[in-house]
Structures are given as C-alpha cells and as structure tokens.
Write a protein that binds this ligand. Structure first.
Ligand code: FES
Ligand code: FES
Length: 154
C-alpha cells in the first residue's frame, strides 16, 4: 500500500512498487486528465508536477513518488495564469496533449517567470502536439508570464 499526496489530497493505493505513476493517477485515483501517449518519455502527454517540477508520469514509478507533492491538471486552480491564458487564447484543438503542455508551462514559469523564445523552445520541446498548436502555446505562455508578473493568480 502506498500513500500519495495528489492535488493536496491523501490517496492510498495498493499497487506494486514499479507501477507507473500514470496508471496510478488514471486507474486507481480516477484522475483522467493525465494522458497516455508513448509510455517512453517521448511525448509529454503524461506530464504532472512532482514537487513543482514537470515529470513524465509514465516513467515515474509509484515508489519514487511517495512523500512528494503531486499535481495533475485537475489540481491547477482556475485563477492560475497558465490556465487563464490557455482559455483566452483558445489553445487546444483535439486537446489530448494539452494537460501535459499546461503543466510543462506551469513548471517553466516557475523556473523562469519571464521566459525568452529560446527558453520556451528548450523547455517545451519534449511536449508533442499532433494538432500543431505550438504558436498558440507560445503566445499563451507569454500572456501567462505577463499575468504572473502583475501578481495575477498563483
Ligand atoms: S506517455 Fe509519458 S511521455 Fe509519452
Ligand atoms: S491539441 Fe491535439 S495533440 Fe495537441
């Protein structure tokens, strides 16, 4: 039995130690906003925040997530600048990659509150979007950075 802190709530799950966190989140806790894409840390669809860092949950074993603060897309509040910018820019198309993109962007702005184009290229490069929403994502990140610097959201 593992006890995990996900979106501020304690969750107890009976799984083997090497179970990917992705499956724990989706199948055992029922938070399906985190998506399965490649299972090889190549697409970013499964991205969650672990202690504030963007991590691929398909490659994170549940035993390594114990004692850490896990945030999924469901744990991002409505007043978060990234969420607000994503909505105002109408970024998603099919939407499949977008929870991973948003959490990667949240981690980017935490590390670099005013990212340059090069910062965005580097930090977001592991998140693949088959619908090609990259330009909208880039614009939304700049908008979110502006909101953050004015003290909006968290
Ligand atoms: S499913 Fe984890 S990176 Fe693709
Ligand atoms: S919005 Fe469709 S894959 Fe990114």
């Amino acid at each position: 039995m593992y006890s995990l802190m996900i979106n501020g709530k304690r969750q107890k799950v009976a799984v083997s130690p090497d179970t990917p966190l992705l499956w724990v989140i989706r199948e055992h806790v029922g938070l399906t906003g985190t998506k399965f894409g490649c299972s090889k840390a190549q697409c970013g669809a499964c991205t969650v925040l672990i202690d504030g860092r963007a991590e691929r949950s398909c490659q994170t074993q549940v035993k390594d997530a114990v004692g850490k603060k896990i945030t999924t897309i469901e744990g991002i509040p409505d007043n978060n600048p990234v969420k607000k910018a994503w909505i105002s820019e109408d970024v998603p198309q099919c939407g499949y990659c977008q929870s991973g993109q948003m959490l990667q962007a949240v981690a980017l702005l935490k590390a670099k509150p005013k990212p340059t184009e090069a910062d965005i290229d580097e930090f977001m490069s592991g998140c693949i979007c088959r619908c090609g929403t990259y330009q909208s994502i880039r614009k939304a990140i700049h908008i979110a950075a502006g909101m953050s610097s004015k003290g909006g959201g968290k």
